[in-house]
Ligand binder design. Structure first.
Ligand SMILES: [Zn+2]
Length: 336
């Protein structure tokens, strides 16, 4: 009896937690997910928001399985057993790990998800230099335009605003391959740091969705076929290595100006990146975000005011002969 009691105490399960990675596109959230997912206590879900969006096709593919994924098929079955069960509950039951890593990125998803889970949650805010992120648009032929810069900058301000009164750990993508940064993440989550995490490809991680190029390193190590030609090229260029990629794209003078003028530089500063060429004028980004929509009543008041002014001006033009007389008339009526 005594022996069995001792056994129970030593096998005390680790505390359940969900780790959310909040980030932006092209910031390395898939990579950080894999690094953390290589820990023995963690399961990397990938972009778990997709579990809600594509419930019917869940078992069809994950980042390492192309036609059928056993794990996600089991998850789908678990999800069906009780209709009211929350996604994370089913994930804990299926993947049997105390810590789940969710790389869905968007704060709105984290907001709604964290209010429904009944366990502890942690937020890691992964950022990347906005210039490098924008270089992706340039590479794919969109170029760096005002609309793109403004959209990105708005995303940064909104996310920062949501995070303002919350506890989170910011990690820069540029430091992801740094041991200390990963150690800080582990300490924050409450897991043991393991050197093995830097060789994430050795653990086959069935993350639901994310960057297929980052996942292809696992496919390569486990001798699975890599169909995607861009992923093949990526492995050829970088090999099995954890590396923060710096953009080599060169910007034109005009693009640099657009970036500074429309809030890109300010967004970078907000994220803690060095920026010298900040816009002198009040940035457009701030104006756009701060501008609150006016009420319908206020809007109609403005419309009537303008209409009234036009009416007076028309009247004045009819009555008055000279410009001076006309101005006098308008002033007089307005005073009444
Ligand atoms: Zn799979």
């Amino acid at each position: 009896m005594r022996a069995s009691k001792k056994k129970v105490i030593s096998q005390k399960p680790a505390i359940r937690k969900v780790v959310f990675i909040i980030s932006f596109k092209h910031s390395g959230s898939t990579l950080l997910g894999f690094l953390l997912g290589a820990n023995k206590d963690c399961f990397n879900l990938g972009e778990f928001t997709k579990a809600k969006e594509r419930q019917k096709t869940l078992s069809k593919k994950c980042l390492v399985c192309d036609n059928y994924c056993k794990l996600w098929a089991a998850f789908k079955r678990n999800l069906k057993t009780t209709t009211k069960r929350h996604l994370y509950e089913a994930a804990f039951e299926t993947f049997k790990k105390p810590i789940l890593i969710d790389t869905s990125r968007k704060w709105a998803w984290v907001k709604s998800a964290s209010s429904r889970i009944n366990c502890e949650s942690k937020i890691i805010f992964l950022t990347r230099n906005e210039r490098d992120r924008l270089s992706f648009h340039q590479r794919f032929g969109d170029g760096i335009t005002r609309a793109i810069v403004e959209r990105q900058a708005r995303g940064v301000t909104r996310t920062k605003r949501w995070l303002k009164n919350r506890k989170y750990l910011q990690v820069k993508y540029e430091n992801v391959c740094n041991k200390n940064a990963l150690k800080r993440c582990c300490k924050f989550i409450g897991i043991e740091y393991d050197e093995k995490m830097f060789r994430y490809w050795e653990t086959l991680q069935h993350a639901l969705e994310g960057n297929s190029r980052t996942a292809s390193l696992m496919k390569k190590w486990h001798n699975l076929s890599i169909g995607n030609p861009t992923a093949l090229k990526f492995i050829e260029e970088h090999g099995l290595k954890v590396k923060a990629i710096k953009s080599k794209e060169k910007w034109t003078k005009k693009e640099k100006k657009v970036f500074t003028k429309y809030g890109g530089a300010n967004a970078n500063k907000l994220l803690g990146y060095k920026e010298d060429g900040l816009a002198k004028k009040k940035p457009v980004m701030e104006k756009l975000v701060k501008k609150k929509p006016i009420s319908y009543k206020k809007h109609m008041k403005r419309v009537f005011k303008v209409a009234h002014r036009i009416k007076i001006n028309k009247q004045a033009k009819k009555i008055a002969k000279t410009k001076k007389e006309c101005e006098k008339y308008v002033k007089m009526i307005r005073k009444q």
